[in-house]
Design a protein around this ligand. Structure first.
Ligand code: ACM
Length: 527
């Protein structure tokens, strides 16, 4: 290959040779580990499927341009413009974006025949004349650009060392969930989270839009949901809601970063905000007060009332119409005040509504005990103490063809405290230190219960916000654990904590440069 003609051949297969060797400075005693000096290709997080370093690199300078290929593809142009914006911020260089691919600089190339990269992967080749990013899709080019960012300094211009990467994700679904119902978060705050997660190749944002404490999305046919039901949150604050235009704006912002939005309207439980907004939704015709506490499982839609189904049809129909992604999440968790037979009957109808509006159902794994519709995706949020019967029901659904998203509460719930020192957060699933969040294998996680690896669509890290009301608390709980999710979802594995914690520590200058609040876990060698 031209740009690597003079490669000296330091061969790094990060999934094997590098990450299986003890990291330099590693030590069994927590806190005693020293930061290692990692070469740029070794620092990448998530670790790429394969990378090779060697040869002369490319020096970014005042004359560097970003070339978006000969085809004039609008979407590739968009990827190039966004990458230029991101690199301008960090490097301070002008980085104009031009068409074509002849000449020095950063070259973005769509190549439908590119091998070993799948739909979202890419190849990156760096040599003295520039850096070439090749992918089958614009999404792959976007992810390549995020790797390129990591090969440059967190701030200031620099050199991309000579080398090449061939990369593709392990799982198609790599998600983060944000609960904007328990505490309201603005579109601007959520955009910042999208920026932060997409930098690590997380490709899905699941928005928990409704719960007992607040309804956060405007619905034209049912305006009091947002106007009244949005006006509360945990602890008695003012709450808030997004207009449909604000939601569309967020969805478009995420799409530009190749993040799909999966909206959730939780039902038949977790609905006090809706019941408080419309008396007619209650079996007794009386609206309850709005709720600002943190109990769960006390509210239910009125399963026997036909008006309930008009309601979910209109709400889900309006949401489907402004959601380009394929999924609608309908909750289905903790419906403790809905009898089991009613729950199953209700979920049958809710799933039919989702299908009729052209979307695929996602639901929390409690749906496994009812009748998941063909194609429905189940999101598992159990933990080490979850009863075997519950896991077996999930396994039966998986074996019947239902894809699983894994969000084990004692691994990936970002609202669990790290340890006894953590201020915000809960601990009902136990503490979740940084190592615990990362050091497991999604492919075999439920194997003992009979879930085949092929049923695992991916992983998602939920962040519930009963105790989290500010950007800084949100970030403190998410960072750095969300980077572990990113690596579990993307890298070929197996998890390798000694290697991972060194690479995680190497992200600190990037987190600092973006003013991200994060927990400096004592067993990560931050330096
Ligand atoms: C959940 O944590 N209730 C899904």
């Amino acid at each position: 290959m031209r740009v690597l003609r003079r490669t000296l051949g330091t061969l790094l297969f990060l999934g094997a040779a590098v990450s299986c060797a003890p990291a330099p400075g590693d030590d069994a005693r927590p806190g005693a580990v020293r930061p290692a000096v990692l070469a740029p290709y070794e620092r990448l997080l998530p670790a790429p499927a394969s990378a090779r370093t060697g040869g002369t690199g490319y020096v970014f300078g005042a004359g560097t341009v970003i070339r978006t290929g000969p085809g004039g593809d609008e979407e590739v142009r968009g990827v190039g413009e966004l990458l230029a914006e991101q690199l301008r911020t960090s490097s301070g260089l002008p980085l104009p974006v031009v068409g074509g691919s002849e000449g020095d600089g950063v070259r973005l190339l769509l190549d439908e025949g590119a091998e070993g990269v799948g739909d979202e992967g890419y190849r990156l080749e760096s040599g003295p004349r520039g850096v070439t990013l090749t992918a089958r899709t614009p999404a792959g080019l976007f992810h390549a650009g995020q790797s390129l960012r990591q090969l440059l300094p967190a701030s200031g211009p620099g050199t991309v060392p000579g080398g090449e990467i061939t990369d593709a994700p392990r799982f198609a679904y790599r998600g983060a969930m944000l609960d904007i119902a328990r505490h309201y978060f603005t579109v601007e705050q959520v955009k910042r989270y999208v920026d932060q997660i997409s930098a690590y190749k997380v490709n899905t944002l699941h928005l928990h839009l409704t719960d007992d404490q607040g309804w956060r999305i405007a619905v034209d046919g049912w305006p009091r949901l947002a106007e009244y039901g949005g006006g509360s949150e945990v602890g008695g604050g003012p709450g808030g809601y997004w207009t449909k235009d604000q939601y569309r704006d967020l969805v478009a912002y995420a799409a530009r970063r190749y993040v799909d939005v999966v909206p959730e309207i939780d039902m038949p439980g977790h609905v006090n905000a809706a019941l408080a907004s419309y008396a007619e939704l209650n079996c007794d015709g009386k609206a309850p007060e709005r709720y600002t506490g943190t109990k769960v499982g006390f509210s239910s839609l009125c399963v026997g009332k036909e008006r309930t189904y008009e309601f979910i049809d209109e709400v889900l129909g309006e949401l489907a119409a402004i959601t380009p992604g394929r999924y609608l999440h309908i909750g289905g968790d903790e419906a403790h005040s809905t009898p089991a037979a009613d729950y199953a009957a209700f979920m049958d109808r809710a799933q039919e509504v989702v299908g009729r509006h052209g979307k695929t159902v996602v639901a929390w794994h409690q749906l496994a005990a009812a009748r998941p519709a063909p194609g429905a995706v189940l999101q598992y949020w159990g933990h080490d103490r979850t009863p075997d019967a519950e896991k077996t029901a999930v396994a039966a659904a998986a074996k019947a063809g239902h894809p699983l998203i894994l969000s084990p509460a004692d691994r990936l719930y970002l609202d669990m405290k790290y340890d006894v020192t953590t201020g915000p957060g809960l601990n009902w699933a136990g503490f979740v230190p940084v190592k615990r969040a990362y050091d497991w294998n999604p492919g075999s996680y439920l194997a003992a219960s009979g879930v085949p690896q092929s049923a695992v669509l991916g992983v998602e890290a939920p962040l519930w916000t009963e105790t989290i009301a500010t950007r800084s608390d949100l970030e403190f709980m998410a960072f750095p654990r969300i980077l572990g999710l990113a690596e579990l979802g993307w890298s070929p594995g197996p998890a390798n904590w000694p290697s991972y914690r060194q690479r995680l520590a190497a992200q600190a200058p990037r987190l600092d440069a973006q003013d991200t609040t994060y927990y400096r876990a004592p067993d990560v060698p931050w330096g």
